[in-house]
Design a protein around this ligand. Structure first.
Ligand code: C2O
Ligand code: CU
Ligand code: CU
Length: 453
């Protein structure tokens, strides 16, 4: 078993010239290569020849400059998932397409007040996103800040665990799904953590480990559980929580990230980090998503080693999370599944307010500075993890109050509805909102948001 504890950082170079913001600069090449995945050779798409790509780190106030080269046999680009940065120019501009063989310099300024958290980079080419991500293109991006300055958390040994599934034939070639598999969203039977099957996570008795979990799978949900250890959640997809919460299970939707602390409260032994059996749609199961009798998948194993340390306490409160004020406007978005003109699965489309994606249309125009509530109404038989670029949001609960946590993905259950609240701050420009089951995005469930001054 290989051990995972040291976070592998890319060869980013950090420069702090006098009076200038820090610059984190790195070269990044996307290419197709034969690589080992889960212990077997496979023809994958990789960043700098690694699947997943090595994590990058930046701090608020810094500029992240990526000298990107596309050596893939098709167009690609980079999306900085979850970052509150400009969606235009050479920043987080998912309208860009970098043709094969070309290079492009991305430059993303991280604002000084950006929350610390676990974000990630992936391609965003409509019609090809699921295919490119499912072949391996994913790279974690850690923004360091407030959460890292809490002593118990900042001192804890940490790992970034990137969860990916692969659908490969016997020779190691990726299999493109057809028909029903596209409607459900592609899932692969080879499930890996940082490219490995069941790596180990060392922990000392009394000590802590901090895990950044990144769901970089194109469609698979992970219902996480650590045997005999609660998952102490400290961050959601938008950054640190106001206070930690101890969970027996935690559901990670496609594209979603969380940070959890595991406390070494036992003395010895090894314990499995599991993905419990989970039915994505709940179809025919009276809405239940748990599946009894099916086997769990082992994602990694926590192993006690070394000497016992004196127990480290976890702080109760973490970082300030401001609740957004009441909205200036409420909008509704109906999520649908189109039957198409024929009976074939190739005719299936996924829609928002009855429309499939058109990059030349503006679906929603908002004003910079405004607070809005968006209600997603799911009129389909499938769950849709909805994601909005550029500004994080909060879930509005039944009392109309906004919850005390920032996110960028929320799962809208089949036939259910969810209301979220966000404020369009700092940046104007056109950007996207879409389902993060990437086959649904590719089949139309994406729309254009214009933020105007
Ligand atoms: Cu992670 Cu628009 O996506
Ligand atoms: Cu995104
Ligand atoms: Cu969907």
């Amino acid at each position: 078993m290989s051990s995972l504890l040291a976070p592998a950082l890319a060869d980013g170079v950090r420069l702090h010239a006098d009076g200038l913001p820090g610059l984190v600069e790195t070269n990044l090449e996307a290419s197709q290569a034969w690589l080992a995945i889960g212990g077997r050779p496979a023809l994958l798409y990789a960043y700098n020849n690694r699947v997943p790509g090595s994590a990058l780190e930046a701090r608020p106030g810094e500029i992240l400059r990526i000298n990107f080269k596309n050596s893939l046999p098709e167009d690609t680009n980079l999306h900085f998932h979850g970052l509150h940065v400009p969606p235009i120019g050479n920043a987080d501009n998912a309208f860009l397409m970098i043709p094969p063989g070309e290079s492009y310099t991305y430059e993303v300024s991280i604002p000084v007040n950006h929350p610390a958290g676990t974000f990630w980079i992936h391609p965003h080419i409509h019609g090809k996103t699921a295919r490119q991500v499912s072949r391996g293109l994913a790279l974690p991006l850690l923004i360091r800040g407030d959460l890292d300055q809490i002593p118990a958390i900042g001192r804890a040994p940490e790992s970034v665990l990137v969860l990916q599934d692969f659908n490969l034939d016997a020779s190691g070639y990726p299999v493109e799904p057809l028909g029903p598999a596209l409607i459900q969203g592609r899932e692969g039977s080879l499930i890996t953590t940082n490219g490995l099957v069941n790596p180990s996570i060392p922990i000392t008795a009394g000590g802590l480990v901090r895990l950044h979990l990144v769901n970089a799978s194109s469609s698979r949900f992970y219902l996480l559980q650590m045997e005999h250890h609660p998952l102490i959640q400290i961050a959601s997809s938008g950054g640190g929580l106001a206070s930690s919460r101890s969970l027996d299970q935690l559901l990670l939707a496609p594209g979603e990230r969380v940070q959890v602390i595991i406390t070494g409260s036992l003395a010895a032994g090894s314990y499995r980090l599991l993905a419990l059996p989970y039915a994505q749609t709940g179809m025919g199961m009276m809405g239940s998503r748990t599946v009894s009798g099916a086997p769990a998948t082992v994602l990694a194993t926590l192993i006690y080693e070394g000497h016992e340390t004196s127990p480290v306490g976890m702080p109760g409160s973490l970082v300030p999370v401001t609740r957004l004020p009441a909205p200036a406007r409420v909008r509704t978005f109906v999520l649908g599944q189109g039957m198409g003109r024929g009976m074939g699965a190739s005719m299936t489309s996924f829609t928002i307010n009855g429309l499939t994606f058109d990059p030349t249309r503006v679906d929603t125009s908002v004003r910079l500075g405004d607070v809005e509530d968006w209600e997603f109404i799911n009129a389909s038989m499938m769950d849709h993890p909805m994601h909005i670029h550029t500004n994080p949001f909060q879930i509005v609960n039944g009392n109309g109050d906004a919850e005390n946590a920032w996110r960028d993905i929320v799962t809208v259950p089949a036939s259910g509805r969810v209301k979220i609240r966000m404020q369009f701050l700092d940046y104007i420009g056109k950007t996207f909102y879409h389902c993060h089951i990437l086959d649904h995005e590719d089949l139309g469930m994406m729309a254009v948001l214009a933020i105007n001054s």
